[in-house]
Design a binder for this molecule. Structure first.
Ligand SMILES: [Zn+2]
Ligand SMILES: [Zn+2]
Length: 325
C-alpha cells in the first residue's frame, strides 16, 4: 500500500541531496543550515517506517549509524533494525536515532528451519539488554561460524582456496554468513559476482553446501517472547508455508510481514487478509542489506505507517525499552 509514497520520498530525497550538494559547493553553510531546518520542520509530518533493515552487525554493508542517518535523510519517521541472529547493532542505532530525532525500532531476524525450507522470524521491541536473547543468539552465531569454517574446508577440497581469516575480516566482527564467503570467492576470482558464487558453490546441492544448525520457528517465537518482543513472520511470500500460520499464531505469533521488497502486490493483498483473519499486526520493510550487496534494495523502498510501530510497541510485553523518539 505504501510503496508509492516511498518512491515519492526517494525522489524528494534525491532532490534534497541535490540541494545539499549545491549548498556545499555554491552557497556555503547558510544554505546548509536552511536545508537542515527544513528537514527538521518536516519531522512532524513524517509517517513512514521501513521496519526491515540489516546493518554490518550481520550481513549488511552500512553500519547501524549509517542506516539510521540514511533513513533520516530520505525522510522516514523511523527504521527497524532487524539483523540476522544478532542484536549488536541496536544500541548504536538507537543512540544515532536519539541524536537525529528519528524512531529506531529494536528488532532481530532469526533464521529458522522448517523441513527443507528456511523460515525467518522477526522480533520487534525485544529488550536490547536482555541477557537471555544475547546468550541464545550467541549460540546461533557460533553454530554459523562453525558452518562457515566447514564450508571453507569443503571449498578447499574442490580447489577453491579462500581463507577463513578473510571471511572473518569481511564479516567485520558481525555474524558470519554465506554472503561473506561469497564475497571472498569473488575476491579470489573463482566467480564473477556474488550471485554466481552462490549458484556455483553455496546453494543447496552445490559442492560447498553445509546444512545449517536447525532452529524451529516455534523456538524462535519463544526466544523473542522471552525477551519481551513481538514475533512477526518475515516475508511469508518467500517461504510458502501458509499452512503453518495457525499453529504459529497458537505459539504466540503476533504479526506478519505483509509488505516486502520480494512480495508481489497480489501477495501483499493476500497476507493483509491473513493478518486480518488472525488478528496479526501487518508489518512491512525493504529487507535492505545496503549498497554493493548481493542485490541492492534501497532503504525506504517498502514502508508502513508509524501507526504500525505504535501497535507493535503496545503489544511488546516489556516497558523497560526507552522510547527512541
Ligand atoms: Zn529474511
Ligand atoms: Zn532480512
Amino acid at each position: 500500500m505504501l510503496t508509492n509514497p516511498s518512491a515519492r520520498l526517494n525522489r524528494e530525497h534525491r532532490w534534497v541531496r541535490k540541494i545539499c550538494l549545491a549548498s556545499a559547493s555554491l552557497c556555503g553553510p547558510i544554505w546548509a543550515m536552511e536545508t537542515k531546518d527544513r528537514i527538521f520542520e518536516d519531522m512532524s509530518e513524517r509517517r513512514l517506517v521501513d521496519l526491515h533493515v540489516h546493518t554490518t552487525a550481520s550481513d549488511g554493508t552500512l553500519s547501524p549509524e549509517e542506516v539510521v542517518r540514511e533513513a533520516y535523510q530520505i525522510g522516514l519517521a523511523g527504521v527497524g533494525i532487524a539483523d540476522h541472529d544478532t542484536i549488536d547493532g541496536l544500541v548504536p542505532a538507537m543512540n544515532a536515532g536519539n541524536k537525529l530525532g528519528i524512531v529506531v525500532v529494536p528488532g532481530v531476524e532469526i533464521n529458522t528451519d522448517y523441513g527443507k525450507d528456511e523460515l525467518h522470524m522477526l522480533g520487534y521491541y525485544i529488550d536490547p539488554n536482555s541477557a537471555y536473547i544475547r546468550e541464545r543468539l550467541q549460540q546461533l552465531r557460533s553454530a554459523r561460524a562453525d558452518r562457515a569454517a566447514k564450508i571453507v574446508d569443503k571449498l578447499k577440497a574442490i580447489g577453491v582456496n579462500i581463507s577463513m581469516d578473510r571471511v572473518r575480516e569481511l564479516a567485520d566482527g558481525g555474524a558470519i554468513g554465506r554472503p561473506h564467503i561469497a564475497r571472498a570467492i569473488v575476491e579470489a576470482g573463482y566467480a564473477s559476482s556474488m550471485n554466481a558464487a552462490f549458484g556455483k558453490y553455496l546453494v543447496r546441492d552445490a559442492p560447498g553446501y553445509v546444512p545449517r544448525y536447525k532452529l524451529t520457528p516455534f523456538e524462535a517465537i519463544e526466544i523473542i517472547r522471552q525477551s519481551g518482543g513481538v514475533a512477526v513472520l518475515a516475508h511469508p511470500g518467500l517461504s510458502h508455508h501458509d499452512e503453518l500460520i495457525p499453529e504459529l499464531v497458537r505459539a504466540g505469533l503476533e504479526g506478519i510481514e505483509v509488505y516486502h521488497s520480494d512480495h508481489t502486490p497480489l501477495q501483499s493483498r493476500h497476507y493483509l487478509k491473513v493478518a486480518e483473519r488472525y488478528n496479526l499486526i501487518p508489518t512491512g520493510g525493504s529487507d535492505s542489506h545496503g549498497p554493493n550487496n548481493i542485490k541492492t534494495i534501497e532503504i525506504g523502498s517498502v514502508t508502513v505507517d508509524i501507526e504500525i510501530v505504535k501497535r507493535l510497541q503496545a503489544r511488546a510485553s516489556r516497558t523497560s525499552v526507552p522510547d527512541c523518539r
